[in-house]
Design a binder for this molecule. Structure first.
Ligand code: ADP
Length: 401
C-alpha cells in the first residue's frame, strides 16, 4: 500500500509518499508560503528535485497541487489518486483525549478542535490539512498521529505543575510533551538495533533539533519529558528560551510595557540560541561563532550543553539509573562535538564516550551507531529519527484492522 504523510503548518504543507512494501520513500516535498506572495512547491523524487512557483491560496489548493504533482508523468510516482491507500496526518496536540493514533471522523476532528487552546499555532493548521485532504480525496481513510500521544503514560507526579489542582482539573494545565512520535520511534528502534526487548530498559532520549526535548523511557514507555503544556518548556532551543522562572514574564512585561502575550512571543521566537548568541538560531552558526571566540556564542553553547547534562542527570535519578542515552534529530545526529561536550560529565554514571567513534558519526554522515566504549556500562547511541515512517506504520495498521 502507498501512504501519503501530511504535516500541515499554518502556511506550509509537508508531504511524503511511502510504499509500505519495503517502507520506501517514493517522493517528498513541501508547499511553502500558502496564501502568501511567492507560494511554491518543492518536490523531490529520488535524486531529482523540482520547483513549481504559482499562487496557492489555501490548503485545499496546496493538496490539489501535491496530488497533481504526484500524478505527473515526470515528477509523479502514482498513476491515480486511488493508489493512495490512506493519509497519515501529523497532529500536534491531542490533549489527554488521545494516547494512540486514530482513524479521523467527526468526533476526532471535534477533539482536535477542542485542543486548539493547547496548540494554537499547529492544531488549526493540522485541521486545515485534514479537511483539505477530505475534500480532495473524500473516500480515502485519514489517520491522525499525535505528537503528544507517546507522553500520555507519564505518571501524575511527572506531569502535574504545582499550581492549585483545579487548573489541571478545569483547564487541563499540565505537562503534555511534544516530539512524541520521534521519542516513540527512537525508543523502539534503539532496542531493535541492539537486539534486546524494550522491557527492563531505562532509556534517555535527547531529541535535539531546532526544537529540542528529552524523554525518560522505562520499558519503552515515557515516564517524563522536558516539554510542557507547550513546547516552550525545557531546554534552550533555536529560538525558544526553555525553562525559566515564570515570574520573568511579569517582570519583563512590567518593565518593558509589554503584554504577557508579547513576552511569550519573544520567548518563543527571539530567545534561545538566537537570543543569547545574537548570531543565529542554527547551531552550526553558533558553533562557528563560538569557535571563532565570540563570547555570546560560547555562552549560548555552554547553556545548551549544561541544560542537556542537567536533564540527563535528573532523568537518571528519576529512573534509578540509565542503560542507554540516545541522541537524535538535527543536532543530536550531526553535532558530534556537542555530544562529546555533553557526555564529558557522565563517567560517574558509567557512561564512557568513544571519542573516535563519536567523531566519525557526524556532519551529515549520521547512521545508527553505538558511540560509547565497549566497556561503558551505559550505552550511548545515535539513532536518526524517522517520524514519517512511524506515522506511516500507524496508518497502515489502522487501515488494515
Ligand atoms: P527541526 O526541529 O526544525 O526539525 P532539525 O532536526 O533539522 O530541526 O535540526 C536543526 C538543527 O540541526 C540546526 O541547529 C542545525 O545546526 C543542526 N544540523 C542539521 N544538520 C546538520 C549537519 N549536517 N551538521 C551539523 N548540524 C546540523
Amino acid at each position: 500500500m502507498k501512504i501519503l504523510i501530511v504535516n500541515a503548518g499554518s502556511s506550509s504543507l509537508k508531504y511524503q509518499v511511502i510504499d509500505m512494501e519495503g517502507e520506501q520513500v517514493l517522493a517528498k516535498g513541501v508547499v511553502e508560503r500558502i496564501n502568501i506572495e511567492g507560494s511554491q512547491l518543492k518536490h523531490t523524487k529520488g535524486k531529482d528535485k523540482y520547483e513549481i512557483k504559482q499562487p496557492i491560496k489555501d490548503h485545499v489548493e496546496a493538496t490539489q497541487l501535491v496530488l497533481a504533482t504526484l500524478q505527473d508523468e515526470t515528477m509523479g510516482v502514482i498513476k491515480s489518486v486511488d493508489e493512495i491507500g490512506a493519509v497519515g496526518h501529523r497532529v500536534l496536540h491531542g490533549g489527554t483525549e488521545f494516547s494512540e493514533s486514530v482513524v479521523i471522523n467527526d468526533q476526532v476532528k471535534a477533539a482536535i478542535r477542542k485542543c486548539i487552546p493547547l496548540g494554537p499555532l499547529h492544531n488549526p493548521a493540522n485541521l486545515m490539512g485534514i479537511e483539505a485532504c477530505e475534500k480532495v480525496m473524500p473516500t480515502t481513510p485519514q489517520i491522525a498521529v499525535f505528537d503528544t500521544a507517546f507522553h500520555q503514560t507519564m505518571p501524575a507526579k511527572a506531569y502535574m505543575y504545582g499550581v492549585p489542582k483545579k487548573y489541571h482539573d478545569e483547564l487541563g494545565v499540565r505537562r503534555y510533551g511534544v516530539h512524541g512520535t520521534s521519542h516513540r520511534y527512537v525508543s523502539k528502534r534503539v532496542c531493535e538495533y541492539l537486539g534486546i526487548p524494550q522491557e527492563g530498559t531505562r532509556v534517555i532520549i535527547c531529541h535535539l533539533g531546532n526544537g529540542s526535548s528529552l524523554s525518560a523511557c522505562m520499558d519503552g514507555k515515557c515516564v517524563d519529558t522536558s516539554m510542557g503544556l507547550t513546547p516552550l518548556e525545557g531546554l534552550l532551543m533555536g529560538t525558544r528560551c526553555g525553562s525559566c522562572d515564570p515570574a520573568v514574564v511579569q517582570f519583563i512585561a512590567n518593565n518593558e510595557n509589554m503584554t504577557p502575550d508579547q513576552v511569550l512571543d519573544m520567548m518563543n521566537k527571539k530567545s534561545g540560541l538566537l537570543g543569547i548568541s545574537g548570531t543565529s538560531s542554527d547551531m552550526r552558526d553558533v558553533d562557528a561563532a563560538a569557535d571563532a571566540g565570540d563570547e555570546n556564542a560560547i555562552l549560548a553553547r555552554d547553556m545548551l550543553v549544561y541544560g542537556i547534562q542537567k536533564y540527563i542527570g535528573s532523568y537518571a535519578a528519576a529512573m534509578g539509573g540509565v542503560d542507554m542515552i540516545v541522541f537524535t534529530a538535527g543536532i543530536g545526529e550531526n553535532n558530534g562535538k556537542l555530544r562529546e561536550r555533553v557526555m564529558a560529565n557522565f563517567e560517574y554514571l558509567g557512561a564512557k564516550l568513544d571519542v573516535a567513534k563519536n567523531a566519525a558519526c557526524a556532519d551529515g554522515k549520521a547512521t545508527e551507531c553505538i558511540v560509547s566504549t565497549d566497556d561503558s556500562k551505559v550505552k550511548i547511541l545515535v539513532i536518526p529519527t524517522n517520524e514519517e515512517i512511524m506515522i506511516a506504520r500507524d496508518t497502515l495498521e489502522l487501515v488494515s484492522k
